[in-house]
Design a binder for this molecule. Structure first.
Ligand SMILES: Nc1ncnc2c1ncn2[C@@H]1O[C@H](COP(=O)(O)OP(=O)(O)OP(=O)(O)O)[C@@H](O)[C@H]1O
Ligand SMILES: [Mg+2]
Length: 599
C-alpha cells in the first residue's frame, strides 16, 4: 500500500505537458524492469520488421534457383522468428502491464488519500460523480490507456519503424524514399482527425461526468422523488438530458469512422501506386520481384505503425487531460491543516473556550462573535431557533472548519496548534444527520474502534438502548444497514450512531440532535445512560426537546450566530428572554416540550 506521504513530495507542481512529467517519479522503482521489457520489445520489433524478408528470399533466391528445400528452410526460419516474437511479446507485456497497473494504483491511492485530507468546504463544493470520476473514473482510465499504448505501441512501433526503414534502405533507397514520402499522407490525416476526436471525446467525458453527478443525486433522492410523485418529471428530465449526450457520442464515432475511411482509401491508393512504381523499376531489372513484394509489405507495415503512433498521440491528449483532472484534486490544499510540530499535551482535561469567534461558510456571517468558557467536565446544551448556528458552533469545535476570526482553545491551548487527528480523536460525535456505512451494524461499530471486544460492543449498544432491537434483527449485529443506514428506522439509526460514539469512550462529546428521533421512553433511557457518561466529560448537547436538556449543567441559547442567554435550566426558565418565551409557547401549544422555532 502506498504511503500517503510518499506521494506529495516527489511530484512537482505544474499543468500541461508538465503534468505528465509529474508521474515520472512513479516509474522509478520499475526502471530495471522497464529496461528489460524494452530490450524484449526491441527484439520483438526486429523479428516483426524482418518478416517480409523471408518471402523476398523465397521469391528472389529459392524459386529462381528451383531450390525447394531452401524455400522450406527459409520459411522454417520465419516460423522461428514468429515464435521469438510471441515469447518476447509475452515476457515484455507481463511486466509492462503490471507496471501500468501499479502506476494507476498509486495515482488512484494518492487521489483518494488526498480526498480524505481535504476539508468539508471542498467536499461541499463538488458532487460525488465528479470526485468518483477523479478517483476511479474516466480520468484514470485515460491515463491507463495512454500507458498501455505508450508501452505497447510507442516503444514497439518505434523499434519496428527504425528496423523496417533500415532494411528498406538496404533493399532500395529510392523506393524507401517513395514509400516514406507517400506514407506521410497518413500522418496528416491522423493529425487532423486525431485532434478532432480528442476534442470531442474530452467534451463528451466532461458532459458525462456532470450527468453522472446528477444521476447519483437522483438515485439517492429516490424516496423524496416517490414521496412527491416526481417520477415522470425525473424520467422526462433524464431523457431530455441524455439525448444531447448520445449525440456527442455519435459525433465522436462519426469522426472516428471518417478517419477509418480516409486512411483505408489512402491505403488502397498507396498500395496501387507502389505496385506501379515497383513494376516500373522491376521490369527493366532495377529491383527484383521479391524486393517489390517486400516493399508492399513494408509499406503496409509502416502505415499500420503510423496509425498506431497517431493513436498514442490521441491517448496522450486524453491522458494529459485525465491527469490534470486527478492533479486538480491532488493540488487542492486542505484549509484545516496541522501546524508543523503540533503535539498533544500529555493529559487533556477538556476545558473549552471560544473567544470572539466569527465564521461564515460563504461570505454571509453565521457566527457573530461567540465567546464562551466551558470548564472541563461540564455538560452544555445549545438550544435556539433553527439556523441559529448551533451545529456550526460544534463544527468549529471539532475543527471541521477553522474560525475566520477569534480563537478556540482546549485547556488553554489554541486548537489550531494541536495535531488535527489526535485532537479529533478526543471527540465522540453524533452528527445531526448520522451516517452509517452500507455494512453490518458490527462493522459500523468496529469502523471507529477495530479492537473493541464483544463485551465493549454490547455495552455500547445497551447504553444507547440499541441492544434490544439489534438482537431482534435478522442476523443480529450482522444485519446490513443498507445505504446510509436506510434499512433501519430513523431512531434505530440514531441509536447505532450513539453506540458508535459511546464505544470510543471520548473525552469530549458532541451530540447534535442525537436522540431527536427516539420515542420518549427510549430517550429517557438513553438520557439515563448519558447522565452516567456525562459525569466526568465535557459534553455539548444540541436539542430542541427540553427533556433532553433538563439535566445538563448549563444551557446556551444561540440565536443568529450569538449566544443570547447562558444559565442553568431553572434560571433560564425564570428569566425573561427567548428561552422562557419559547418554553412557555411550546407548553401553551400543548406540544411536547420543545425549544426553538424556525428563525
Ligand atoms: N455547509 C454549509 N454551507 C453554507 N451554509 C451553511 C452550511 N451549513 C449551514 N449553513 C448555514 O449556516 C447557518 C447556521 O446553520 P446551522 O446548521 O449551524 O444551524 P443550527 O442552529 O444547527 O440549525 P438547526 O437547529 O436547524 O440544526 C444557516 O443559515 C445555514 O444555512
Ligand atoms: Mg443543526
Amino acid at each position: 500500500m502506498l504511503e500517503y506521504g510518499q506521494r506529495t513530495k516527489p511530484l512537482p507542481r505544474g499543468t500541461g505537458h508538465h503534468v505528465l512529467r509529474r508521474i515520472i517519479p512513479l516509474f522509478g522503482p520499475y526502471r530495471w524492469a522497464m529496461l528489460g521489457a524494452g530490450l524484449f520489445i526491441a527484439v520483438n520489433g526486429l523479428t516483426v520488421s524482418a518478416m517480409p524478408l523471408f518471402t523476398k528470399y523465397v521469391l528472389d533466391v529459392a524459386i529462381p534457383t528451383k531450390n525447394f528445400p531452401l524455400a522450406a528452410y527459409i520459411m522454417l526460419g520465419f516460423v522461428a522468428a514468429m515464435a521469438a516474437r510471441v515469447v518476447t511479446w509475452y515476457i515484455a507485456q507481463s511486466s509492462l502491464l503490471y507496471i501500468r497497473e501499479r502506476i494507476i494504483y498509486q495515482l488512484r491511492c494518492s487521489v483518494f488519500a488526498h480526498l480524505q485530507e481535504l476539508c468539508l468546504r471542498f467536499h461541499h463544493r463538488y458532487n460525488a460523480g465528479y470526485l468518483y470520476d477523479r478517483t476511479l473514473g474516466n480520468a484514470s482510465v485515460a491515463v491507463g490507456t495512454f500507458l498501455s499504448l505508450l508501452f505497447n505501441t510507442l516503444v514497439l512501433y518505434s523499434c519496428q519503424i527504425v528496423f523496417a526503414v533500415l532494411i528498406c534502405l538496404r533493399l532500395h533507397a529510392g523506393m524507401t524514399a517513395y514509400v516514406l514520402g507517400i506514407s506521410a499522407g497518413y500522418v496528416f490525416i491522423n493529425r487532423y482527425y486525431g485532434g478532432r476526436i480528442r476534442e470531442l471525446t474530452m467534451a463528451f467525458n466532461k458532459q458525462t461526468n456532470e450527468f453522472a453527478g446528477q444521476i447519483i443525486d437522483l438515485l439517492r433522492g429516490v424516496k423524496t422523488i416517490k414521496a412527491f410523485a416526481m417520477e415522470q418529471r425525473v424520467v422526462n428530465e433524464f431523457d431530455t438530458q441524455l439525448w444531447p449526450l448520445q449525440l456527442r457520442s455519435l459525433d465522436v464515432n462519426k469522426v472516428t469512422m471518417r478517419l477509418g475511411l480516409s486512411t483505408e482509401s489512402l491505403g488502397f491508393f498507396i498500395q496501387a501506386s507502389i505496385v506501379v512504381v515497383g513494376a516500373y523499376l522491376a521490369i527493366p531489372g532495377h529491383i527484383k520481384l521479391g524486393t517489390m513484394v517486400a516493399f508492399i509489405s513494408y509499406q503496409q507495415m509502416i502505415i499500420g505503425m503510423i496509425s498506431a503512433l497517431a493513436s498514442v498521440a490521441g491517448a496522450y491528449g486524453a491522458a494529459q487531460a485525465g491527469l490534470e483532472q486527478m492533479y486538480e484534486v491532488i493540488d487542492e490544499h486542505p484549509t484545516v491543516v496541522d501546524k508543523p510540530g503540533a503535539a498533544m499535551p500529555p493529559t487533556v482535561q477538556g476545558e473549552i473556550a471560544f473567544t470572539e469567534v466569527r465564521f461564515s461558510y460563504d461570505g454571509s456571517p453565521v457566527l457573530n462573535g461567540i465567546s464562551l468558557q466551558v470548564p472541563a467536565g461540564q455538560s452544555v446544551a445549545l438550544v435556539g431557533p433553527s439556523g441559529g448556528g448551533k451545529t456550526t458552533l460544534t463544527n468549529l469545535l471539532i475543527r471541521f472548519y477553522d474560525p475566520d476570526h477569534g480563537t478556540i482553545t482546549l485547556d488553554g491551548r489554541n486548537i489550531r496548534e494541536l495535531p488535527l487527528r489526535a485532537y479529533r480523536g478526543l471527540f465522540g460525535v453524533v452528527l445531526q444527520d448520522p451516517f452509517l456505512f452500507n455494512d453490518t451494524i458490527l462493522n459500523n461499530l468496529l469502523a471507529v474502534k477495530p479492537e473493541a471486544t464483544e463485551e465493549e460492543l454490547r455495552a455500547a449498544l445497551e447504553r444507547a438502548q440499541a441492544w434490544e432491537f439489534v438482537v431482534g434483527l435478522k442476523g443480529g449485529w450482522h444485519f446490513k444497514v443498507g445505504e446510509g443506514g436506510g434499512q433501519l428506522s430513523g431512531g434505530q439509526r440514531q441509536r447505532i450512531a450513539l453506540a458508535r460514539c459511546f464505544l470510543t469512550n471520548p473525552r469530549i462529546m458532541v451530540l447534535d440532535e442525537a436522540t431527536s428521533a427516539l420515542d420518549t421512553q427510549s430517550e429517557r433511557l438513553v438520557q439515563q445512560a448519558l447522565q452516567e457518561i456525562m459525569q466526568d466529560r465535557t459534553v455539548f448537547v444540541i436539542a430542541h426537546r427540553l427533556s433532553t436538556v433538563r439535566n445538563v449543567d448549563r444551557i446556551l441559547v444561540v440565536q443568529q450566530g450569538r449566544i443570547v442567554q447562558d444559565g442553568s435550566y431553572e434560571t433560564l426558565c425564570q428569566t425573561p428572554g427567548l428561552f422562557r418565551d419559547l418554553h412557555l409557547a411550546s407548553l401553551q401549544a400543548g406540544v411536547e416540550e420543545t425549544v426553538g422555532t424556525e428563525s
